[in-house]
Structures are given as structure tokens and as C-alpha cells.
Design a protein around this ligand. Structure first.
Ligand SMILES: NC(=O)c1ccc[n+]([C@@H]2O[C@H](COP(=O)([O-])OP(=O)(O)OC[C@H]3O[C@@H](n4cnc5c(N)ncnc54)[C@H](OP(=O)(O)O)[C@@H]3O)[C@@H](O)[C@H]2O)c1
Length: 304
């Protein structure tokens, strides 16, 4: 066990659980924080509040800071741009400045959503051009970390899957929710491409990579790529519901009222740097989804 102090922000969300578990396995003192205190092991920290940030940094004196806190709902960010800037951009500035003051290694989680989707796929070296306010505010965070943190890692994730029924706010849980409520036909877009990113693989990989001392920015997504339709179809199959639930292709226009934030056509990332340095610990998305689907299968099968 390592004796260093680790401070995690935004740890109550869908990635937080996996990150907390992965760090607890290796580090003796892990302090997990969030504004939403949905677990007994979370302490309060609002990253927008520099005074609160100073207080917690002074208490924990971290040598590693894992900054997860963010507003991740794209529609909310479009409609509440100031809050998106205050949380995703200024919150990251606050945490980065204090990490630097305490000589800590800064770990920032970015997103494939900083690209415009004009290319089919993106390496770590492609130039971002975010379309949405979520993407813009997260890209500001990347740039600030790169500029003001002397020891940092930036990991860009794709379509996150993980956290289970309680915490997963994204695609898999939304699909499952529809099935659980009795839908026998799912309408799913096939004109959005990306790379799923399993929270457990992602978190474990971070713990391994920050030991390497190879600081910098990394795309870190699962192997393979797909459309939303491919993910939904695979998930339904893994739940053994292929004969009960039909997955029908639609285009993004079908959801344009509900999902009005601009989204790139392709958010496919390639882990070029991780592969070349031989430190790519991410499995193929289908293998990860098979593991993740078991959580849903176990909890709900037979009730559908
Ligand atoms: N989910 C994805 O598909 C995805 C993809 C790529 C990158 N990422 C990045 O991965 C990181 C973790 O996100 P996630 O997937 O775990 O999303 P999440 O489930 O939304 O978790 C983010 C957590 O941060 C909290 N938070 C919001 N404002 C805060 C503030 N001012 N101070 C402290 N905490 C605050 C959220 O609380 P509330 O729930 O109350 O807002 C939530 O518990 C984020 O930086 C995100 O941008 C996510």
C-alpha cells in the first residue's frame, strides 16, 4: 500500500465509484468528495468554491488529485452556460492551481466531445474544436491543466458505461430504463459513432499509468468502435432479450427536441499514445459490455 494522500473530486458520479475502488486498492489515504453526498464515504466539496477547495487541500495535503467533478449533462450545459463554465472550466482552474501549490500530480478527465466529428476518428494529436458548451468548458479545463500543472495526466474518455442502475446517467442505463418500463421496441440512432469506455477498466488503467511517470495527455477508450445502435443491440442480446425487444434504427433528427445539444457525428478515439508506449490496459468494448450487462442481468432478469 502506498502512503500518499489522494484527493478525488466529483467522486459520487458514475466514474467515481470505480475510481474510488481502484485507488483504495493501492493507496492508504483516499479522500473522496462531491457536492452530491450519495455515499457514506464522500465528503463535501464544491469545486466552484475556491475557499472550500483551499480548506480541503489544507486538510488532505494530497500528492495526487483526481479531478472528476463536472456537469456532464449536455442539454443542461447548453441551457446553463454560466454554470457549465463555473463548474467545468473554473472548477478545474481552482483544483489545478491548488494541486500545483501542493506539488501534487493532477489527473484530469476529458472527453471525446471536444472534437467536431468532421474526421472519422481522432488520435491524441488531433486538434479539438468543441461544438457544445459541455465540450467547450471541458476543453478549457484541458488547456488550463496543460498550461498550469507541471505534473499532470489528462485522460480522454469516450461513451462512458459503468456505475450500475444507481449511478449510470448515460446510454446503457437509459436503454435499460426503457426496457424495464416495458418497451418492446427501442429507437436508437445509427448516425452517431464513438468508442465506449468502461469505468472499471478506465479507473484501473489510471492507477497503473500514473505510476509510470509518463505524464501528458492520453486518449483512453475501449478497443473497437461502434454506433449507438450497435451498443443497444449488443446490450439487448446480452440481457437475453433479443426475442422480446426490437432495436430499430433512427437518425438523430428523431431525438432533436430531447437531445438538442450539438453532438459530433464521430467521437471515435484511438489510443495511439497508450498503444505505442505499450500501456494500453483497456479491453474491447464488447468484452466490457458483457461484464457490465451481468450487473443488470442479475438484478432484473425474470422481472422483465
Ligand atoms: N459520462 C461520460 O460519458 C463521460 C465521458 C467522457 C468524460 N467524462 C468525464 O468524466 C468525469 C466524471 O464524470 P462521470 O461520468 O462520473 O459523470 P457524473 O456521473 O455526472 O459525475 C460527476 C460528479 O461531479 C459532481 N459535480 C457536479 N458539479 C460539481 C461541483 N461544482 N463540485 C463538485 N462536484 C460536482 C456531480 O454531481 P451532480 O450529479 O449533482 O451534478 C457528479 O456526482 C467528468 O469530468 C466528465 O466530464 C464523462
Amino acid at each position: 500500500m502506498k502512503k500518499e494522500n489522494v484527493l478525488i473530486t466529483g467522486c459520487g458520479g458514475m466514474l467515481g465509484l470505480a475510481v474510488y475502488d481502484a485507488f483504495k486498492e493501492k493507496y492508504q489515504n483516499v479522500v473522496a468528495t462531491d457536492i452530491d453526498l450519495n455515499e457514506s464515504w464522500l465528503s463535501e466539496l464544491d469545486v466552484r468554491d475556491i475557499v472550500q477547495c483551499e480548506k480541503i487541500f489544507n486538510e488532505v495535503k494530497p500528492s495526487i488529485v483526481v479531478h472528476l467533478a463536472a456537469l456532464t449533462d449536455l442539454e443542461y450545459c447548453e441551457m446553463n452556460q454560466h454554470d457549465a463554465w463555473r463548474t467545468n472550466a473554473l472548477g478545474t482552474e481552482n483544483v489545478t492551481l491548488l494541486a500545483e501549490r501542493y506539488g501534487a500530480t493532477m489527473v484530469y478527465i476529458s472527453t471525446a466531445g471536444i472534437f467536431d466529428g468532421e474526421k472519422d476518428e481522432y488520435t491524441d494529436f488531433d486538434k479539438p474544436n468543441p461544438l457544445s458548451y459541455y465540450g467547450k468548458s471541458k476543453y478549457h479545463g484541458e488547456q488550463f491543466v496543460e498550461r498550469f500543472s507541471s505534473k499532470h495526466y489528462i485522460f480522454r474518455a469516450g461513451w462512458m458505461m459503468g456505475g450500475g442502475v444507481k449511478k449510470d446517467k448515460k446510454f446503457i442505463n437509459k436503454i435499460f430504463d426503457q426496457i424495464f418500463k416495458g418497451s418492446t421496441e427501442l429507437k436508437v440512432v445509427d448516425d452517431k459513432l464513438g468508442t465506449p469506455t468502461y469505468t472499471k477498466d478506465f479507473a484501473k488503467a489510471i492507477v497503473r499509468i500514473i505510476d509510470s511517470g509518463y505524464f501528458g495527455l492520453y486518449n483512453q477508450v475501449c478497443g473497437g468502435s461502434c454506433s449507438r445502435f450497435d451498443v443497444a443491440e449488443e446490450f439487448v442480446k446480452l440481457l437475453d432479450l433479443a426475442d422480446k425487444v426490437k432495436v430499430t434504427k433512427v437518425d438523430s433528427d428523431y431525438f432533436k427536441k430531447e437531445y438538442f445539444a450539438p453532438r459530433p457525428y464521430s467521437e471515435k478515439l484511438i489510443n495511439l499514445k497508450l498503444n505505442t508506449r505499450n500501456i494500453n490496459y483497456m479491453r474491447h468494448w464488447k468484452e466490457c459490455l458483457e461484464e457490465y450487462a451481468k450487473e443488470y442481468h442479475k438484478l432484473y432478469h425474470g422481472k422483465i
